[in-house]
Design a protein around this ligand. Structure first.
Ligand code: 4NP
Length: 156
């Protein structure tokens, strides 16, 4: 199994959105037997919480399931358990380096570095713009799925 973990600050806006969007892409390509998906926070603020209303609303709008999305915190052990640790912004990446003790490890990646944007995913908790975040998350997730398929020789 190839294991993917999406990570943000609170695990209520961006990373659960990415978890749901990526799982939807994986299921549509019938790769759920090969790829598993989870998400986590660098903070402890929203452990056990459901996603933000804005994230739930936009997922519903695109008919993407929000089943099983619940806040949890990243642990040092997640580094061993997952093959791809995908942060949403540069500050997440710094925090992931600190929590895992694996600075600059290649399996720790900022999502939009896999796209031409090479920038942070804006945090809709502050911007209020869940649409902008969704569009970028979808683009990043598509790029990530292509990377995984190519690295693991999963043919179309
Ligand atoms: P997220 O957004 O990291 O995309 O889940 C945030 C969620 C909660 C808070 C900050 C950002 N907060 O301050 O509680």
């Amino acid at each position: 199994m190839i294991r993917v973990l999406f990570i943000c600050l609170g695990n209520i806006c961006r990373s659960p959105m990415a978890e749901a969007v990526f799982r939807d892409l994986v299921e549509k390509e019938k790769r759920n037997d090969a790829i598993s998906v989870d998400s986590a926070a660098t903070s402890s603020w929203h452990i056990g919480s459901p996603p933000h209303k804005g994230t739930l609303h936009i997922l519903k709008q695109y008919n993407i399931s929000a089943k099983g999305l619940v806040g949890r915190q990243l642990t040092k052990n997640d580094f061993e358990q997952f093959d791809y640790l995908i942060g949403m912004d540069a500050s997440n990446i710094e925090n992931i380096y600190e929590i895992t003790g694996k600075p600059d490890h290649p399996k720790i990646i900022r999502l939009l570095d896999l796209t031409a944007h090479k920038k942070d995913v804006p945090d809709p908790y502050y911007t209020g713009n869940f649409q902008e975040t969704y569009d970028l998350v979808l683009e990043g997730c598509s790029a990530l799925l292509n990377k995984i398929k190519s690295e693991h020789h999963l043919m179309d």
